[in-house]
Write a protein that binds this ligand. Structure first.
Ligand code: FAD
Length: 498
């Protein structure tokens, strides 16, 4: 019998796991549908959470809009700072840096994006650095920030992952979500349909429901272990399989960006919060041992170590299905892409909003399951290709790790996109892709691609016109930049320490 034949009405939703994923899903469901369904969440303090995941992208604003959260309250509760993008250091080559900002760069024309005009200007000696035409990028590098009206500045946050979970827990419980402390000892299934019927805790308590959300982290206790959905590994494209994370004290004002610093066997993150810094190394275990990784991390952090380094192992990839029968995996239980572009929390949010959009009204049907699985696959594959780009397009040849990355075969769609940009400066973004044209351009040029040609429309402009066009944008950016206060001063003013 297929799930569509059963069409069991849903009354009780059980969320297994209370990490960032569990509490994001709980709060979204409670806010949107909580009056109609009983929502329970079980988590185990003894098992704990992964405890990392502190850099976000601007899509998080939508999550907070859905929940109707107060920004100041959220920032105070989670010790958050503002984030305008990521500084990629040593990625193109040792001692060469670039910036992936959340902003728009310049202004384009319906025929061709701004990069074509910039490339023409560069050829005629009329253009300065590509980044000079982007407010977010200039502000980040000058350590400035302010929220501007009409979305005048595009930003995200860094926050303390544990505090964020606690904040969303308070929010969810206030809306009626019931939290149960305990370890899931057994998952009961119906022999005929294969559906999950209940989670039995170590205490003997049985949590029954009609819909189960698996947020149990990398173990994937419900979808993976119980329903047997296999994991598809992308290790052949993404060479890192380990991370070591540590927390340190602040030594200077928080900058409004994440630092991503490449090393001969992976890369290092630095995430500044109001009360501390999150640090970590993402590395390939083929090229670096765990103890060496801990030592390398500690040799490259400032401040005193608050939480000593701990190693986390992972396989990049995704479950073949993320929704099977009456179980949906959201968060690490569904798959994992390393945090190079801070996308996992976004994928949790998408998993939650997609579930609400496709929420079974009169029971689960296979057409919704198929739709959900297809959308989830498209979303993560697009991001996967963007992450692979950073490793593959590089001039670094100083270690076997980088030589392997340069030489590997990449997914066909990514290969085409890189080649098209090299040949024509064009990037054609498909519907539903997370990263827009400007993100791809910043990373492709940042990693060292300079297109061989650009659109002929740009040659319609005489020197004077093109210089004026580029100059106006640059001046506008510079004018707005000078109006922005320093990032730390803005935080002190916007959400003073309580
Ligand atoms: P977890 O945090 O592992 O939570 C699992 C939950 O399940 C816990 O509550 C646990 O107690 C519970 N549980 C498990 N088994 C049982 C059981 N038997 N009984 C009861 N409860 C159980 N994402 C970003 O967006 N930005 C980043 O900068 C970023 N950095 C990262 C860095 C690293 C090194 C890693 C590994 C991940 C990073 N991520 C990042 C991803 C991010 O951390 C996760 O997506 C996020 O924390 C969600 O985790 P989770 O809730 O799925 O799993």
């Amino acid at each position: 019998m297929t799930p569509s034949d059963q069409r069991k009405p849903i009354r009780r939703i059980v969320i297994a796991g209370g990490g960032t994923a569990g509490w994001m899903v709980a709060s979204g469901l409670a806010k949107s549908l909580g009056k109609q369904y009983e929502i329970r969440l079980v988590e185990s303090e003894e098992i704990g959470t992964v405890g990392v995941g502190e850099a976000t992208i601007p899509t998080l604003h939508f999550m907070h809009e859905i929940l109707d959260l107060d920004e100041k309250e959220f920032m105070q509760a989670t010790q958050a700072t503002f984030k305008l993008g990521i500084s990629f250091e040593n990625w193109r080559n040792v001692n060469e840096n670039y910036f992936h900002s959340f902003g728009r760069t310049g202004k384009g024309h319906w025929t061709a994006g701004f990069q074509h005009f910039w490339l023409e200007g560069r050829k005629r000696g009329l253009a300065s650095d590509y980044g000079d035409y982007c407010l977010e990028l200039r502000a980040a590098l000058d350590n400035r920030f302010a929220r501007l009206p009409d979305n005048g500045i595009n930003y995200a946050y860094h926050f303390d992952a544990t505090l964020y979970g606690q904040y969303l827990r308070r929010f969810s419980e206030a809306l009626g979500v019931q939290r149960i402390e305990g370890k899931i000892a057994k998952v009961h299934t119906d022999a005929a349909s294969g559906d999950i019927t209940g989670l039995q805790l170590g205490s003997g308590e049985l949590l029954e429901g009609e819909l189960f959300i698996d947020c149990t982290g990398m173990r994937s206790l419900l979808l993976g272990e119980t329903l047997g959905v296999k994991y598809e590994s992308w290790a052949h494209w993404l060479p890192c399989d380990s991370a070591v994370a540590a927390q340190t004290t602040l030594t200077r004002d928080a900058v409004p960006y994440t630092r991503s610093i490449a090393h001969p066997w992976g890369w290092q993150w630095q995430i500044p919060l109001q009360h501390r810094v999150g640090n970590g190394l993402v590395f390939s275990s083929k090229h670096l041992g765990d103890e060496e990784a801990k030592a390398a991390l500690l040799a490259n952090v400032q401040g005193e170590v608050i939480r000593p380094p701990r190693v986390i192992k992972f396989t990049p990839g995704q479950r073949e299905l993320v929704w099977k029968n009456n179980c949906i995996a959201i968060g690490l239980s569904s798959g994992f892409l390393e945090p190079l572009e801070s996308t996992s929390i976004h994928l949790i949010q998408k998993g939650m909003t997609r579930l609400i959009e496709l929420f079974p009204s009169d029971g689960i049907c296979q057409s919704d399951i198929d739709e959900y699985n297809q959308q989830a696959r498209d979303a993560i594959e697009n991001i996967r290709d963007f992450v692979i780009l950073h490793y593959h397009v590089t001039n670094r040849t100083d270690s076997q790790f980088w030589r392997d990355c340069r030489e590997m075969a990449v997914p066909e769609h990514l290969r085409h996109r890189i080649q098209q940009f090299r040949d024509t400066a064009r990037v054609v973004i498909g519907a539903g892709e997370l990263f827009a044209e400007n993100s791809w351009i910043q990373v492709m040029m940042g990693q060292g691609i300079l297109p061989a040609a650009h659109h002929p429309i740009t040659r319609q402009m005489e020197d004077r016109k093109l210089a004026e066009f580029l100059g106006e944008i640059r001046k506008d950016v510079a004018r707005n930049l000078m109006r922005l206060p320093k990032h730390q001063a803005y935080i002190n003013d916007f959400c003073p320490a309580q």
